[in-house]
Design a protein. Sequence first.
Lengths: 668, 348
Amino acid sequence: MSHEKTHRESESKKTTITDEELAEVMAHEKDELERTWAHPRGVVGWLSKTDHKVIAMRYIVTAFVFFVLGGIEAALMRIQLARPDNHFLTPDQYNQIFTVHGTTMMFLFAVPIMTAMGIYLVPLMIGARDVAYPRVNAYGYFVYLIGGILLYAGLMTNTGPDAGWFAYVPLAGPAYSPGKRVDIWAQMITFTELSGLVGAVVIIGTVFKMRAPGMSVNRIPLFVWAQLVTAFMIIFAMPSVMLASSFLASDRLIDTHFFNPAEGGDSILYQHLFWFFGHPEVYIIFIPALGFISPIIIAFSRRRIFGHLVLVLSLISTAFIGFGLWVHHMFATPIPQMGQSFFSAASMVIAIPSGVQIFCWIATLWGGKLNIKTPLLFVLGFFAIFVLGGLTGLMLASVPLDLQVHDTFFVVAHLHYVLIGGSVFPLFGAFYYWFPKWTGRMLSERAGRWNFWLMFIGFNLVFFPMHQLGLNGMPRRVYTYLPETGWGTLNLIASIGAFVLASGVLVFMINAFWARRAGAVAGDNPWAAHSLEWSIPSPPPNYNFHNMPVVQGQYPLWQATEDAPVVRGLSTSKREALVTSVMDAEPELRFEIPGPSIWPFAVSLATAVMFIAGIFTPWAFLVGAILAGAALVAWFFGDPNYENKSARETGERSQSVSPPRELQPKEV
Amino acid sequence: MKEITNTILRLGQCLTALGAVAGLSACGGIHNAINPAGPQAGNISKVWWLMFIVCSIVFLLVMIAVLLALRKRTPESDLAAPMLEPSAQQERQRRNVVITAVTLTVIVLFVFLLASYSAGRSMTAELDKKNGLAIEVTGHQWWWEVRYLDVDASNIFMTANEIHIPVGVPVTFSLRATDVIHSFWVPNLAGKKDLIPGKVNTIWLQADKPGVYRGQCAEYCGLQHARMALWIVAEPQDQFNAWRQNQTQTSYTPASDSQRYGQQVFLSSTCVMCHTINGTPAGSNIGPNLTHVASRKMIAAATLVNTREHLEQWIKDPQIFKPGTRMPANNLAEGDMQALLDYLQSLK
């Protein structure tokens, strides 16, 4: 109380304040921000958290667990295929495992972890205190978690889906997949797509309206661009697969015959709907990874990126063209050649923006002062693997050649080259790059090198021979093969490689566990990098930024002047954020961000009742809708920050501090 | 022109041979997309070699560019200050290099596109004129029903999993399915086409060399997708005619007592509920047509060599070889089994 008075007195006397007074005000504000943005405690509190960093970290850890589970499934398949006529798995087990492997990697690992990286880092990179819709964000996570548990509960109870991650009808239809296996798949899709859509909305809202002043469109970091473009792709692609999986579920549950040719339905329609999502899906996984590569290249080549604008335009054009390729998954169906030609051309054209990006990055490396650390190593690995995968992609774009290699191990090789090379390698690079920010500790560089080389060598051992296997006539999704086919040797090499690859991932996990406790302390900006997330402590405080920064260029920390201005006037006693304009990020209004709430969790439970019980009875949708409606009412009409009342009450007092309107630290 | 193509082909084979040194099996084999035995697969393999060679060069160039970028090492002390304004001249050079690379990319893509369009056209053009021989293939879980069509009704016959074609004659396949989607693929002869319930898909192919070519279902079709293969036997026209002549006949009439007894076993057991043997009361089409089963090289959709032992084991318990197959185990008395085998093996 006493120093409050001092403040008021000192302020009335002078127009500026001393360094000590300033420090005191700052410390006081930080205290108050800590209290305002404190996480609720207890089990209910744990379920109520909305901090984007907490939600994102839950996403990342959960998705990584699913990555490991998907990897274990892959290892089981590789054991089974290591030699011909193997009996390690029964055909039924194999079919469940390959279906769950694909489904896990696409829906439970790749998309969520990419969105999660955005949910964690986008607010930090644009200088925001939280995402635009923190509660919706929390809801998205719970829905995703429930969907993932549903799939694995199915697998554990021998009702794992077994019709492939694409679940083509009629095989996945009621006549040829009796039981509940495919229903579990269809509803899991609904869960994860819902969560994907939610994540996309959160990212778009955040990027459009919450950027720090000065971050006009031309200064948006490439990472944020990638996330934004991906979010738009999700919004256009996901409804298509939700439609496909919902039609499939209703064909199975209430005999709607959408896909039953005998009743006027069409099985090819399913393929169109699925791949209209399925191909953009690849880019939904790949584009965020492109967003990891740019900041890593900038930080480790110590220079501005070559062709910023061209890179942004490439991301956007990739997203557009990405919607025009889906038929190249269906060249073997009776689609007329004229129609196929269009999609063939589009599939080739998409190599142009990818090529442009690769060339720009290499040009950046060429002119840079290279600091070869593990994150950059993974990006270099990306170049080798992804370029090869991209080139085999051109082969799949060619209609005649695709008719030979389609649905063979050649495609298995191709898709792993583009998805592991294009996404997982950059993702591991990103782990090494941002782990210090997340935890305040550095991952071991030495273990990082082991991790990289084991993964790189292992990866190529597994997947390179598969090109040859495909040309030699080995179809995909076969649980075994005859010895006479001569596919044994290459399969054995691939199986050995799988364990090398897995050991690389294991090194990473050990590294991460070790570094969390014993890694070198990172400091705010261990890589001397350029973007805003490196201006705040590691790990970041709950409120991210004490003072919202004002951005002065594309490389905020590298271009910041000594007297860089900051945003003042946001409440420290309320969860307040600054809303800025879409194009120029000019301040528009202050906005109170909703705080912790249990209702998103409650709504996710109601959603779960609806979709999971919906596997068994259509009545579930009625009951679930009522439950969800009730929970939503509570969500919307509750106090926006009721859990934070105490913090707000103590906050009233500090309002009277009235900190200086304009901060000019160096003038005193 | 032909010489150039051949040179490219030879070059490609050399590259594959290089791959073989690295432990990869070179081309060859009876189910190999780059060991073409007919015009369809031949056209595709030309596209393959073109793209393989050009893509290999592109890959090498990009890798060299990356490695050269790594050549220059900067001392630790120089790393702190970032380069925000690289020299304008260097940036201009870089821009020129990138623009050149993008231009080359576009050109390469155009070449690829034109090559695949022209290959695609030659594969589907004049489809209606390729009426040397017409065969209808119907996919079932998990075997291939084969029906030879002909204007002369007495030449229409059914068989399964083994398709004989005359060398040098274009063969048109009408592809159908009754249950789920399958895909017809004989890599040495042509690319794949899906068999889709409710639709008819068409493909033509031609074998220029006599030989046996293996094909396998390429669209995941359920539990035994892995065990759904077929053989195409390409033989000279006269051999083919003889084979067809035999196939159009009704089944062999049992000659010995054992064969006669075996036929009785067949007709009085569950066999008759799914299989057809022309010339006997057995006429169900759920399983493969067995009228000339002994003339086939393989049984169980090209899973087992057609020997007496395999046949016996298969009839006793097919689930050992193909778990989930529609054919149930048959618990026949030893004498009945041997007679049945005698009979089946007589169905040449």
